[in-house]
Design a protein around this ligand. Structure first.
Ligand code: HEM
Ligand SMILES: *[C@@H]1O[C@H](CO)[C@@H](O)[C@H](O)[C@H]1NC(C)=O
Length: 307
């Protein structure tokens, strides 16, 4: 298994790469991916207390180029969601590396050695360097990640089982979106208005009651029940990123799930709204500039890619 359940760390690098056109590039990448678990071991061992972890994801278009193994059942390119007011984007990406540690230098060192092993077989689609902001707050000022599943619920929410898809056991679907915030407008809201948007209190992070009708809060729109009334969770490891001098303030959203439809449904409820038209007000202050879906297979699967 890959360490999808690794804890939220102080630092994280989100690296999205595209694979070059040549057959040489594909072979190079197969070998490099098979070496990633060794690379993780090597970098981790430089400071075992730093909780270093990296998960690797493969995009829908890249899957068939890298392996003859059946494609995970639900894996597809992220749909472009169009609401009345806001739209999500779907952007290219063949490989995802979600690199985590309590030390920035370890994320850097892993990225350096990884890029060296890929050479010119890849091009960069996006790299975002995230950081912990106080008590795991996003740049809107709210604690982010509280409702994440833990323990047995975490495994249940994230890992594909034989019952779901026998060819993808122990893997996980991953959706990433890089959001930029309009903090100047956000700050014009009162704290009470902000709390109503998110669905939690700002200082103490206490959940507010769901609205009986009309506009729903972010946390309500992101709660998914199936037709049997069963709730389906995902695991989020969002990180803030940005540069005040450049006027850039962002949240990098990353969601792992056992069922891709759950994350896609959350996005639909946020962008289209529930009922349609009543979109997630967080989007009035947050704009996605990337959006890509991956599948993070088991570590064993990655090791077996060597050609
Ligand atoms: C601008 C981007 C986003 C920000 C700043 C943000 C922030 C937050 C905050 C502050 C919470 C409440 C605390 C918590 O439970 O973690 C929350 C909850 C949640 N968010 Fe987001 N979020 C963003 C995007 C998304 C997206 C794109 C999804 C899914 C596709 C999502 C799914 C969820 C879920 C499932 C919850 C927990 C709901 C519950 O069961 O209470 N979020 N988010
Ligand atoms: C990890 O380190 C060992 C010992 O230095 C080296 O032989 C191996 O090639 C390294 N693995 C990777 C993937 O860099």
């Amino acid at each position: 298994m890959q360490q999808i359940d690794a804890p939220l760390t102080r630092c994280a690098t989100f690296l999205v790469l595209c694979i070059g056109d040549s057959q040489d590039a594909v072979q190079n990448i197969q070998n490099s991916l098979a070496g990633v678990s060794g690379l993780i071991k090597n970098v981790s061992s430089r400071d075992n207390k730093a909780r270093f972890a990296c998960t690797t994801g493969i995009g829908s278009d890249a899957w068939g180029r890298l392996t003859e193994h059946p494609k995970p059942k639900e894996l597809r390119t992220l749909p472009v969601l169009k609401g009345k007011k806001h739209s999500a984007v779907s952007t290219p990406g063949d490989l995802l590396f979600h690199i985590r540690a309590d030390r920035q230098d370890m994320c850097f060192e892993f990225e350096r050695q990884l890029m060296e092993s890929f050479g010119d077989a890849v091009t960069k689609a996006d790299v975002t360097i995230g950081f912990r902001y106080f008590d795991a707050r996003d740049l809107l000022g709210f604690v982010d990640g509280t409702a994440n599943p833990v323990g047995a619920d975490l495994a249940e929410a994230t890992f594909v089982t034989a019952e779901d898809d026998a060819s993808s056991i122990d893997g996980s679907y991953v959706v990433v979106q890089k959001y930029l915030h309009d903090l100047a407008s956000w700050k014009k809201l009162t704290v009470e208005q902000q709390e109503a948007v998110v669905g939690r209190t700002k200082l103490e992070n206490i959940e507010l009651d769901d609205a009986d009708s009309g506009q729903k809060a972010h946390k309500t729109l992101a709660t998914i029940e199936d037709e049997h009334g069963v709730e389906h969770d995902i695991l989020r490891d969002n990180m803030p990123f940005g540069s005040p001098a450049s006027g850039e303030y962002g949240t990098y959203f990353i969601g792992y799930s056992r069922k891709l439809w759950v994350t896609e449904k959350m996005l639909e409820r946020m962008f289209v709204g529930d009922p349609p038209g009543l979109h997630d007000r967080i989007l009035d202050y947050s704009k996605p500039v990337t959006g890509t879906t991956f599948f993070a297979p088991s570590a064993q699967f990655l090791n077996g890619l060597a050609s």
